[in-house]
Design a protein around this ligand. Structure first.
Ligand SMILES: *[C@@H]1O[C@H](CO)[C@@H](O)[C@H](O)[C@H]1NC(C)=O
Ligand SMILES: *[C@@H]1O[C@H](CO)[C@@H](O)[C@H](O)[C@H]1NC(C)=O
Ligand SMILES: *[C@@H]1O[C@H](CO)[C@@H](O)[C@H](O)[C@H]1NC(C)=O
Length: 634
């Protein structure tokens, strides 16, 4: 009985395989004869929503799950992000916000089923599509998402840690996981290859741990070639498409590959990705309603992506490329810190118009029978204006002594010096022969953005997105120090340019001279504790660390401090920390995201600390505000 999926995928099955649950054991399977799921022998359809544990504070997981249930959903879909759990080879993290088993357990307590997308590649608009950065430093180069033996070795090792954790949560083992997705939109032709040996190997590896106790599936976009390449024999094929697509066409492609079984839209888009310097794309609630009704007329199961987007806390947001035939001609576009996505539950977990429309349609269709009260927006609080004090410049001696430096004749990439995220300061002494001259300085491969200093005086910025990686330098002829502060703005999350190493990847030249040797200082921007006890230095210049304190008033009524938004208007570009937690990049100078979401769970009653790492220009009055309104379209 447990092998119903495999057997039924091979031959068209008869209902004999169907578990009637007469033996009292839970079962979840595909009834190929009737194009539906059977859950404990009963016809079943899911309406699920995506929410990623790594984008929502653990303290708010239950609250968001309850709200999804109140909307009428019966399942939640989420990715597991390898880079979160194995940040360095063989070093694992499953605690706190990385504790997905607790997330699954909370879903179970709220009677929500789970659809898990285990990757190993997930895209998800995350840095390197959720793959760990350290794969990029392995020599010789690893071909990710292929049968490359080195890649498979690391995937297998990771899956041997991950999959045993999922086994007790499988539906047929008494848990709530009904489906497990392998890879992610693998059929997309941007990849330029279709390594079926790799995907069938993934299937066999997953099955070696979980057997047939959950339905394995794939998800690919609405295109027959993508569907064909992405599908894996004996793994259930599904499609994804937006409310503006043609569902007849999309389900038609799915049917060409998966002849029978329930129709599924695994990514029913409620909104879209957003980038720095570009307006956020709109998505109309009415289009969602219209497509829901059409999809429901097929008795299809579907998953809203996203139902609750959340936040790319820290430096986890990815980038993408537009156009171009090579990595160096494509336009690199970094994604926002917010992953609000204009989804039905907004970044702070509040219901929007889309939420109420979806809830109404599910109720009218009698899909949802629950009578859970509709959630109200949570209260927000303006904690007011914070006076920031400059503590130290990034180029000053104190932070330098705290951060490690490596030296090499040629500049090294972030990956080659074991740097995942943050900043690297590349420094060299210019060759001087006593004659002053104006010469072009060129960074031949810059990823992604650089601030250039000569003897610590700022000369300007260069950026890969803007294709400006050269500038004239007035060289005096004495031994001048050139400093280049390089920011990783997020590795590409998809497509053929996925191997997006960061830093300076080729020679830097001045006129016709190649510069070097280089010293490289690492600022991972993952800790601010060292700042707490530092005295404020005089004459601090940007880029610099700024510190301020603010008070969360005592309040006898509420369990926890209220959510708020950090408004860095007047500041230019940098990273903010609240009580040592990196709440993400800010860049109000280009927008559209102005404010950063600061969940109440990060705050404590009494004194709280705010640190800003401002890379360009601080606000003139050195103040920043906590406000009660989000501004994502500034
Ligand atoms: C949907 O399911 C209902 C109830 O089982 C059935 O009567 C109807 O024919 C199905 N519709 C489609 C398009 O499969
Ligand atoms: C939903 O249930 C109500 C009450 O049983 C019924 O009147 C209504 O027709 C049903 N709606 C649909 C779309 O089946
Ligand atoms: C000396 O330096 C200047 C400017 O850097 C340059 O124009 C000139 O060619 C250099 N001369 C030699 C001998 O390198």
């Amino acid at each position: 009985m447990r092998s119903a999926i495999l057997i039924s995928a091979i031959c068209s099955l008869t209902v004999d395989f169907v578990h009637t649950s007469a033996d009292g054991l839970p079962s979840f399977e595909i009834d190929y004869d009737n194009n539906r799921f059977l859950k404990d022998g009963q016809a079943f359809q899911y309406v699920s929503g995506s929410m990623h544990y790594f984008r929502v504070p653990r303290a708010d997981w239950r609250n968001r799950i309850q709200k999804m249930k109140a909307a009428g959903l019966n399942a939640i879909s989420f990715y597991i992000e390898w880079s979160t759990h194995e940040p360095e080879p063989g070093i694992y993290n499953f605690r706190g916000n990385a504790d997905f088993e607790y997330f699954i357990q909370l879903m179970r307590e709220e009677e929500m089923l789970a659809l898990i997308r285990i990757g190993p590649f997930i895209q998800a608009e995350r840095d390197f599509g959720g793959l760990p950065y350290w794969l990029l430093k392995i020599k010789p180069r690893v071909n990710v998402r292929t049968s490359d033996p080195t890649f498979k070795k690391y995937v297998k090792k990771w899956f041997s840690v991950l999959l045993p954790k999922l086994v007790p949560h499988l539906y047929e083992n008494g848990g709530n996981i009904i489906m497990i997705q392998i890879e992610n939109e693998y059929g997309h032709n941007e990849l330029g290859f279709c390594d079926k040996k790799y995907t069938t190997w993934l299937r066999d590896t997953v099955q070696s741990f979980i057997g047939y106790r959950a339905i394995l599936y794939t998800t690919d976009e609405c295109d027959i070639n993508y569907q064909r390449c992405g599908s894996i024999p004996k793994v259930y094929t599904t499609v994804d498409f937006s409310p503006l697509s043609d569902e007849v066409e999309c389900f038609g492609y799915m049917r060409q590959v998966e002849k029978r079984g329930p129709l599924i839209n695994s990514e029913f888009y409620t909104g879209w990705i957003a980038f720095w310097g570009q307006p956020r794309p709109p998505r109309n609630a009415q289009d969602i309603v219209t497509m829901m009704k059409r999809v429901m007329a097929y008795n299809a199961s579907f998953n809203f992506l996203m139902f609750h987007g959340g936040t790319n806390f820290g430096l986890t947001s990815g980038g993408t490329f537009v156009g171009g035939s090579s990595l160096d001609t494509a336009v690199y576009m970094p994604q926002l810190t917010t992953y609000d996505f204009t989804s039905p539950l907004d970044e702070a977990g509040d219901p929007t118009e889309k939420y109420f429309e979806i809830q109404r349609v599910l109720r009218e269709a009698n899909f949802s029978k629950n009578t859970i009260p509709t959630p109200k927006p949570s209260l927000k609080y303006s904690y007011g204006t914070v006076n920031m004090l400059p503590v130290t410049g990034l180029l000053d001696q104190v932070p330098r002594n705290l951060f490690t430096t490596v030296t090499n004749q040629k500049p090294l990439s972030f990956e080659d010096i074991d740097m995942n995220q943050g900043l690297v300061l590349y420094e060299t002494v210019l060759p001087g022969n006593g004659t002053a001259a104006r010469l072009p300085l060129t960074i031949n491969l810059l990823r992604d953005r650089a601030i250039i200093f000569l003897d610590h005086a700022k000369l300007g910025t260069m950026s890969r997105s803007g294709f400006n990686t050269t500038m004239d330098l007035l060289v005096t002829g004495s031994k001048q120090k050139l400093s280049i502060l390089v920011e990783n703005q997020g590795r590409c999350s998809n497509g053929k340019f996925i191997e997006d190493r960061k830093g300076i990847l080729a020679d830097v030249t001045l006129g016709n001279q190649t510069l070097g040797p280089w010293s490289m200082t690492r600022y991972p921007l993952n800790d601010t504790s060292w700042l707490t006890d530092m005295d404020v230095l005089p004459d601090v210049r940007t880029p610099a660390f700024y510190r301020g304190v603010f008070v969360v008033p005592e309040d006898g009524v509420r369990e926890k401090p209220l959510d708020t938004f950090l408004d860095p208007s007047g500041w230019t570009k940098g990273v903010a920390f609240v009580n040592g937690f990196n709440v993400g990049r800010y860049w109000p100078a280009v927008g559209p995201q102005i404010t950063l979401y600061v969940p109440g769970a990060l705050l404590v009653r009494g004194l709280n600390t705010l640190v800003l790492v401002e890379l360009e220009e601080a606000a003139e009055d050195l103040t920043v505000k906590f406000v009660d309104k989000h501004r994502l379209d500034g």
